[in-house]
Write a protein that binds this ligand. Structure first.
Ligand SMILES: Cc1cc2nc3c(=O)[nH]c(=O)nc-3n(C[C@H](O)[C@H](O)[C@H](O)COP(=O)(O)OP(=O)(O)OC[C@H]3O[C@@H](n4cnc5c(N)ncnc54)[C@H](O)[C@@H]3O)c2cc1C
Length: 402
């Protein structure tokens, strides 16, 4: 690789981009990280950070900073299926708890950490084009608000630019396991809805919602319906959202006693995986793999991509491994980890009733605390669906029940 001004230019400075920039900069690489947003700023996303994401923050020395923002820890996940509620601990020894920090807080913390590590941060800078020379990405062209176009060059351009990634649009990676938008979700914040360290989920036919405690004594409540109902409900989001709670009368009573403190925000997203590297470019976070938010994996996955990608790029920059070899490892490790959860997530996002076998399993788990903890860990992304639904584990749950 020829020596150019930056080792890496990272496009996008939120959950995937800032950690990638931070980790590379901590190793002494010259990194430019740009975002068209300025910080602090919010983005359309709820924000449950699962225990593996919390563990990443801890490894990076950033967890204490999050804790001091006053975000309450979440140490129990409860899944209310109507017939039974499965309540378990989502974490493991590496990270026993989850948090649901507001993105305006979390993203600022990540941006600051990247800048502190020595990455050059350019906020309010929009990338308009990826520069390609001899079939290889060599830099970007973009501009600050109201500014003239500027060109920056790097050995690698990392697309951490989210769902509508410009980098991905320009490099046209292979895309696979595509699934359409499956559900539409809407969220807002409530005061007077105490959660006592619990993340509650309610699963009903064609409806599902979750409630998690966040900053300022507020509770995030996100819920939704199948994407097929988007058009029918879009003109009465509030009514459709509130009517859903009648399917769980106790929760309905609690939320009626609470007060809504923000407007509704909602969206629906497609599901895909993309090859995350090619000549002179890489993808991390939603730019490389997106899945429905029903299982709240995106932030943790973005963190794990950042670690894997920064490790692989570090190996190439130092000359230890050829780019293609190191990045192929990033690709295969990501897919191996993500794919079982991707399938589980896209199944849940249909909001179809759980298949009969799962309903039997839920019945068998009820009251068996180790099994309920394992179910919470499954949904937290700590235990792979491949392990949880293995014959041995399922048989052991049924054996304990009988
Ligand atoms: C409704 C909803 C709820 C969700 N809830 C959860 C949840 O509870 N838990 C969870 O873990 N995940 C959740 N997710 C998923 C999560 O939001 C994403 O997975 C996560 O934000 C991905 O981070 P990212 O850095 O890849 O992308 P983003 O957070 O989207 O950041 C991309 C950044 O790139 C910048 N950018 C884009 N294009 C350009 C350009 N051309 N030039 C400069 N900058 C650019 C943008 O300004 C943006 O700041 C949810 C998603 C949605 C939509």
């Amino acid at each position: 690789m020829a020596s150019t001004e930056y080792d890496a230019i990272v496009v996008g400075a939120r959950c995937a981009g800032s950690p990638t920039a931070m980790l590379l900069a901590r190793h002494g690489y010259r990194v430019l990280v740009v975002d068209r947003a300025t910080f602090p700023s919010d983005t359309i996303s709820t924000h449950l950070v699962q225990p593996p994401g919390v563990a990443a923050l801890s490894r990076w020395g950033l967890l204490d900073r999050l804790v001091t923002t006053g975000c309450p820890p979440i140490n129990a996940y409860a899944f209310n299926f109507g017939t039974a509620t499965i309540t378990g601990a989502p974490g493991n020894a590496e990270s026993p708890v989850a948090y649901a920090p507001r993105r305006i807080v979390l993203d600022q913390l990540l941006v600051d950490a990247a800048a502190e590590a020595g990455a050059e941060l350019r906020e309010g800078f929009s990338v308009e084009e990826v520069l390609v020379e001899e079939s290889r990405v060599v830099g970007i062209r973009g501009r600050s608000r109201g500014g003239r176009p500027v060109t920056e060059r790097a050995r690698v351009v990392v697309g951490a630019d989210g769902l509508h990634s410009l980098v991905a649009r320009m490099v046209r990676p292979a895309q696979y396991h595509d699934k359409p938008k499956l559900l539409c979700g809407y969220y807002t914040y409530w005061s007077g809805l105490p959660m006592d360290g619990r993340f509650e989920n309610y699963i009903r036919p064609s409806r599902g919602w979750g409630a998690a405690p966040t900053h300022d004594d507020l509770t995030l409540v996100v819920g939704g319906w199948p994407y097929a109902e988007f058009a029918a409900n879009k003109d009465d989001v509030e009514g459709s959202y509130l009517r859903m709670f009648a399917l769980a009368p106790e929760f309905d009573e609690r939320i009626h006693a609470a007060r809504r403190e923000a407007r509704f925000v909602g969206t629906a997203v497609p599901n895909y995986l993309r090859k995350p590297y090619g000549p002179g470019w890489a993808l991390v976070g939603d730019a490389g793999c997106n899945k429905d938010f029903i299982t709240a994996q995106g932030i943790s996955d973005a963190f794990q991509d950042a670690e894997l990608c920064a490790t692989a790029l570090g190996q190439t920059f130092s000359g230890d491994r050829p780019f293609d070899q190191a990045m192929a490892d990033y690709h295969s490790t990501r897919d191996e980890r993500v794919l079982p959860m991707y399938e589980f997530t896209t199944q849940l996002a249909t909001l179809e009733p759980p298949p009969a076998e799962l309903q039997h399993l839920i019945g068998a788990m009820h009251g068996n605390q180790p099994a309920m903890d394992a179910f919470a860990r499954l949904n937290a992304g700590v235990t792979s669906p491949a392990d949880f639904f293995s014959d041995a584990n399922v048989q052991s749950i049924f054996a304990s029940a009988s």
